[in-house]
Design a protein around this ligand. Structure first.
Ligand SMILES: Cc1ncc(C[n+]2csc(CCOP(=O)(O)OP(=O)(O)O)c2C)c(N)n1
Ligand SMILES: [Mg+2]
Length: 693
């Protein structure tokens, strides 16, 4: 017989406080143990996170990938302990990359004890593909909020396509918490401007207005009126003056949910390091452990046992279970029931949702992809891309994207009937207009990918510089975001060096997991997309030409399907025993083919290797790589209108590299090609020189 303990039920406020202080002290203890991390902001924002999670959010810890869950983004990722605490206390479950529930917690108390240590599920910053329940990777300030705009765009698009009368399949909200740093970053401004333009009312940013960053008070750098700025963008702006006032926070969140036609910013006045007698309101609370003595003082201030570590008092797990646990489970089970009825009524739409959630493609996704017949004049990479995009978007309903105000140049406009423009009045549009906001565009494309929509963003290759931090994050997160970059080299000749990429291919090739592809002709463009579309956990960068490239005769030369191997033998000497290998990508492949024909005519056994993607080639078997680039053939020439950086690995110590060693220049393309040596004659000369002929 068990003995029932008779204890007075703690008051609502007391138990709320207990939960909040648990988040605070877990954060403090974890940072202290790790001897690194950021205690101050979790101490200040614990009441906010508690309120959002336990009182408001529709999220079922038992199924953290339920498609209609509310999203929570911690844009000030240095405060990651907030997330680890709450994922732990809500007993959020882990799922794997195949979207299977693993039946184990996403974050254990042990993980928290091992905060910031190898293999811990409580790493330094929120990591999307590493910890279940993390909606997006954050750490680089501004990225989280910008990405949240992509999530809000996705919500509108999904609702428009899939909701039916009586079936609100997608009606979730997105909550993003950010600090001074996020709101100083340009990417947040770009994204905020677009969010208001698009009336994204499922989006709520909560700004931790603590007047502190690393170097001290924001009075040294950041004195603008943030609220006025957001009002000017067109946001609904609310203010809560006390970050400890959970009721007011809850009311502000209610006001957000009742607001239609605009996103909401809640300015929350807080005290970094709340409760720390010596560090509160100072930057000392931002990024270092409090120290043992101060930890004691803080715990005393919270009414916490001073020597307890990683303590989760009785009643805390239960409180979360009764709050978010019960609410989430109920919301999800209600949704699942409705979805079963929806499936019966709209089976095709339900199937689309299923496929999308698993990042799979619909049957026939690649039907009607064009093939291009041999043509010396050819077609520009960007034009071929435009044709392919239009076919893919018709075959894959959830494939959408757009450009940073360069769609007419990037040729990314989806022109088929019904494609339409995504605007406030037309959330079904598949053409996104990002405006001249490349950085936000890339972050938003990631937000769309995180929402399982297949997304692309486009601009000139040169302006990938403005998008790079988010492109990098797409690789860190293992998202299949597609970046369509045109004007990939000297093609826009007269625009000059500011518009001519040089180092960009090399730098993208250096990003782990990112697939960089530079197709040589229209058929390679088709094959590049065919490859990219099948990626589920890798982003891709496409570098496409502005100018027409000859469409190679695939009866004479090898099939473009070789693209799927990264590099392939396009043309070979009769008998296939080459003495010199010409390796090229993109617009330089046809130059290499011309040079090859000349060399063959002169009795020199040459081979042309088209190498659209180093990354893909590196993943082929050793045998295949050896068959394309036999070790014994040391006379090798790379030809690429870009920095030669890295080509040594393929040409070897005896090879030569024809590439760029300076910036370009403003002149017609033909003149630039002559000036920089991208002509068949030059390749022939270098080949002969190498062979001593
Ligand atoms: C893009 C970027 N720049 C710099 C940093 C380094 N950094 C991390 S936190 C921080 C200060 C952030 O201040 P705030 O957002 O106000 O956070 P708080 O200290 O108030 O939590 C800086 C500069 C970063 N993480 N990302
Ligand atoms: Mg701050």
């Amino acid at each position: 017989m068990s003995v029932m303990q008779v204890v007075p039920a703690p008051s609502e406020t007391r138990i709320d406080e207990l939960c909040i202080n648990t988040i605070r002290t877990l954060s403090i203890d974890a940072v202290q143990q790790a001897k690194s991390g950021h205690p101050g902001t979790p101490m200040a924002l614990a009441p906010l996170v508690y309120t959002v999670w336990n009182r408001v959010m529709r999220f079922d810890p038992k199924d953290p990938i339920w498609p209609n869950r509310d999203r929570f983004v911690l844009s000030n990722g240095h405060a990651s302990m907030l997330l680890w605490s709450v994922l732990h206390l809500t007993k959020t479950q882990a799922v794997n990359a195949e979207y299977e529930n693993l039946g184990q917690p996403a974050v254990t108390l042990d993980d928290i004890r091992r905060f910031r240590q190898l293999d811990s599920k409580a790493p330094g910053h929120p990591e999307y593909h590493w910890v279940s329940g993390v909606e997006t990777t954050t750490g680089p300030l501004g990225q989280g909020v910008a990405t949240s705009v992509g999530m809000a765009i996705a919500q509108k698009w999904l609702a428009n396509r899939y909701n039916r009368p009586g079936f609100e399949i997608f009606d979730y909200n997105i909550y993003a918490v950010c600090g001074d740093g996020c709101l100083m970053e340009g990417v947040a401004s770009e994204a905020a401007s677009l969010a208001a333009h698009l009336d994204l009312d499922s989006l709520c940013w909560i700004y931790d207005n603590n007047h502190i960053t690393i170097e001290g008070k924001t009075s040294i750098t950041f004195t603008e009126d943030v609220a006025a700025r957001f009002l000017a963008y067109g946001w609904n702006v609310l203010r809560v003056h006390d970050a400890n006032d959970v009721d007011r926070i809850e009311r502000a969140l209610e006001a957000f949910r009742a607001t239609r036609g605009k996103p909401t910013l809640i300015v929350l006045d807080s005290h970094i390091g709340y409760g720390s007698p010596n560090k509160q309101d100072t930057s000392a609370a931002h990024g270092e452990p409090l120290g043992d003595d101060e930890v004691r003082l803080v715990k005393r201030a919270y009414g916490w046992p001073e020597d307890a570590k990683f303590l989760v008092p009785e009643g805390v797990y239960e409180r979360f279970e009764a709050g978010i646990g019960a609410r989430g489970a109920q919301a999800r089970s209600r949704w699942s029931k409705r979805f079963a009825e929806y499936r019966a009524k709209y089976p095709e739409l339900a199937t689309e949702i299923d496929l999308m959630q698993r990042r799979e493609l619909p049957a026939g996704w690649d039907r009607n992809l064009p093939t291009f017949s041999a043509d010396a004049k050819g077609i520009a990479g960007r034009d071929a891309s435009g044709k392919v995009l239009n076919v893919l978007a018709q075959n894959i309903p959830w494939f959408l994207g757009g450009s940073g105000d360069l769609a007419p140049s990037n040729k990314t406009t989806l022109t088929f009937p019904g494609a339409g423009d995504f605007q406030a009045g037309n959330y079904g549009g598949e053409n996104l207009h990002f405006g001249i906001r490349e950085h936000a565009m890339a972050a938003i494309a990631n937000g769309l990918s995180l929402s399982k929509v297949r997304a692309f963003g486009a601009t000139f290759f040169i302006f990938s510089d403005y998008a790079r931090p988010s492109i990098r994050l797409s690789a860190v997160m293992e998202l299949p975001t597609i970046f369509v970059f045109t004007h990939d080299a000297m093609g826009d000749g007269e625009d000059g060096p500011t518009h001519q990429p040089v180092e960009h291919l090399a730098s993208f090739r250096a990003v782990p997991g990112l697939v960089t592809l530079r197709p040589a002709d229209a058929n390679e463009v088709v094959e590049a997309y065919r490859y990219i579309m099948q990626l589920r956990h890798q982003p891709a960068v496409l570098a496409l030409s502005r100018q027409p490239l000859p469409t190679l005769d695939r009866n004479k030369y090898a099939a473009a399907s070789g693209v799927a191997r990264g590099a392939y033998i396009l043309a070979d000497s009769p008998g296939g025993n080459p003495e010199v290998i010409l390796i090229a990508s993109g617009s330089e492949v046809s130059l290499a083919v011309d040079a090859h024909e000349k060399l063959i005519a002169e009795g020199i056994r040459s081979r042309v290797v088209s190498m659209p993607s180093w990354d893909i080639f590196e993943h082929q078997s050793k045998e295949y790589r050896e068959s394309v680039l036999p070790a014994k053939v040391t006379a090798r020439i790379s030809i690429e209108q870009a920095s030669t950086f890295g080509w040594e690995r393929y040409v070897g110590p005896s090879g030569r590299m024809i590439g760029m060693h300076t910036f370009g220049a403003s002149a017609p393309l033909k003149e630039l090609q002559r000036k920089f040596g991208f002509e068949p004659g030059r390749i022939v000369d270098v080949a002969k020189e190498l062979l001593g002929r």
